[in-house]
Write a protein that binds this ligand. Structure first.
Ligand SMILES: Nc1nc2c(c(=O)[nH]1)N[C@H]1C(S)=C(S)[C@@H](COP(=O)(O)O)O[C@H]1N2
Ligand SMILES: [Mo]
Length: 511
């Protein structure tokens, strides 16, 4: 206790540094305990889980795929503000600030313990370090009772002491945080991926016929490189799961429950499939769509091996970080659907971001009802059980809708008048694309040239040339699938089961 209050700036610094020390220590303890989540990340995940669906969609719409960065930044700001407040509350006594930090530490304990793989060690370390460092720094900050009569020598020595202590705390917290991050990342996944790469038999990759894309005219490449493949998930940090530690339990309404190791799984025989994956949150004209050659074990084979009991309706899959999805069993059991428990993507083991070591992929269904990454549990059950996004108002069944997108010209582009090349993609997974048409300025529709057909489960590129005079123009496109079903012009939002409408692009021609 000090007779003279700690100066405001110092008090704020005490709060900030004690909090930084708590977070750094928590990260290090999580790394040492091989926990899958640090307290900071666990609080972030809890925040995501507690956020109402509409707010989450708003955040995704606002920040796009940077939503996680936005959340972590937001959390950082809130935590820093609380830390400063804790410091300022403690200008006369150490305990109000320590209490704030303690309560916040308890929130961290609750959030971490309620996450799979969280553990108690890291958040408790955070709490204790936060309170102890606060008490200690507060003591150093208030050592010299600065008042009338304090000598300048004393003031100088005091200032130096506080500065040195603060610097030590900053360095310690930073080093602990960085070391903890390394320990968590180096949980052996890179080595495990190398081992998997050697164990995946070299199945000859499916040949992509020439002319499967119109890259020169502005479409994407037919296959999307793994690093460019769109990524959507609720995981704040990428789950680190080694193939050696992986187990899949296939259970529920089955005659015979299966528990498979990674080796058990791939011994059942791998198949290659070209699949275009699409996110239900893809807006008309959006880029949440990519194509890869997946290799894996047919889901149908595993279901037949386990023996699905009558009355079962969905396969309820769960990831190591508790994401859940429900896939209709009638789709998975179709003899030619080609749903896979994938272990590889474009000739490599799955990247960690895309579900290493095992994920599901189902041609023709949006990712949220089918493409569970870091898959560890599959329960054969009825539709009574609602998975993650269904609990938040999204549709239970979500076949991908026939859609098309214009990639060239880009919106607001300026191109020379005359013959203008319009190019893009169209998709109707598991049905296939039959026709794409384009028109300019509401004029007559004209057929586009289609790229070589590769598979009904993948996107199809198209291009057309339209003669345009100088001035402003709008082009539109529409696709028709192989059942003769045209893409609807009716605009629908992404909620609850995927956006529809024609994509249009405005640009200008210069004379
Ligand atoms: N574990 C887990 N799997 C998941 C998700 C998730 O949030 N967690 N999101 C799903 C959604 S909404 C989509 S669109 C696809 C995206 O897969 P990708 O990131 O490999 O493109 O993964 C699906 N699988
Ligand atoms: Mo998605």
């Amino acid at each position: 206790m000090t007779s003279v209050p700690v100066p405001r700036l110092r008090a704020a610094v005490v709060g900030l540094l004690a909090t930084a020390a708590a977070l750094g220590a928590g990260q290090l303890a999580a790394g040492l305990a091989a926990a899958r989540t640090s307290p900071f990340v666990a609080v972030g995940n809890a925040a995501i889980d507690l956020t109402p669906g509409p707010v989450k969609e708003f955040a995704i719409a606002l920040f796009g795929t940077a939503d996680k960065t936005a959340l972590l930044t937001g959390m950082g700001i809130v935590i820093a503000a609380l830390a400063v407040a804790a410091g300022l509350l403690s200008r006369w006594h150490w305990w109000p600030g320590a209490a704030v930090i303690g309560v916040f530490g308890l929130v961290g304990v609750i959030a971490t313990v309620s996450r799979p793989g969280g553990g108690l060690v890291a958040p408790l370390t955070s709490l204790v370090v936060g309170v102890v460092v606060f008490r200690w720094l507060h003591h150093v900050a208030g050592m010299a009772a600065i008042g009338p009569g304090t000598s300048t020598v004393e003031v100088d020595a005091d200032r130096r002491r506080f500065l040195v202590t603060s610097t030590l705390v900053v360095l310690g917290a930073g080093a602990a945080g960085i070391a903890g991050g390394f320990l968590q990342r180096g949980a052996g996944v890179t080595a495990s991926q190398a081992a998997v790469a050697a164990r995946i038999p070299k199945v000859p990759p499916l040949p992509i016929p020439p002319g499967a894309d119109f890259v020169a005219s502005g479409t994407p490449t037919f296959l999307t490189a793994n690093r460019d493949f769109y990524r959507i998930d609720t995981a704040l940090v990428v789950p680190q799961l080694r193939a050696e530690d992986w187990r899949l339990r296939l259970h529920g309404m089955v005659r015979r429950e299966l528990v498979l190791t990674f080796d058990d799984l791939i011994q059942r025989g791998l198949q290659n499939r070209l699949i275009t994956l699409t996110c239900v949150s893809n807006e008309v004209g959006g880029d949440l769509i990519s194509t890869a050659e997946f290799v894996g074990v047919p889901v149908r084979d595993l279901l037949l091996e386990a023996g699905v009991l009558p009355g079962a309706q969905q396969l309820f899959t769960t990831s190591v970080d508790s994401y859940t999805a429900g896939t209709p069993l009638d789709v998975l059991l179709e003899p030619d659907r080609g749903a896979l428990l994938a272990v590889g993507m474009n000739g490599e083991p799955l990247p960690a971001e895309h579900g290493f070591p095992v994920r599901m992929v189902v041609p023709g269904l949006y990712g949220y009802v089918s493409a569970t990454k870091w898959l560890v549990d599959a329960e054969v059950t009825t539709f009574d059980r609602a998975p993650y996004w269904e609990q938040r108002g999204w549709a239970q069944q979500a076949p991908i809708k026939t859609e098309s997108r214009i990639d060239r010209p880009r919106a607001q582009a300026s191109v020379p008048a005359g013959p203008v090349t319009v190019a893009g993609i169209a998709w109707a997974q598991h049905t296939g694309i039959d026709r794409v048409e384009v028109r300019a300025d509401g004029g007559p529709w004209q057929p586009a040239e289609l790229a070589t057909d590769v598979s009904r489960d993948t996107w199809r590129m198209w291009r057309a040339t339209i003669d345009l005079p100088p001035g402003e123009h709008v082009v539109e496109c529409r696709a028709t699938d192989r059942t003769g079903q045209p893409q609807t012009p009716q605009r629908q939002p992404v909620v609850p089961d995927g956006a529809t409408g024609w994509h249009s692009v405005g640009f200008s021609c210069t004379g």
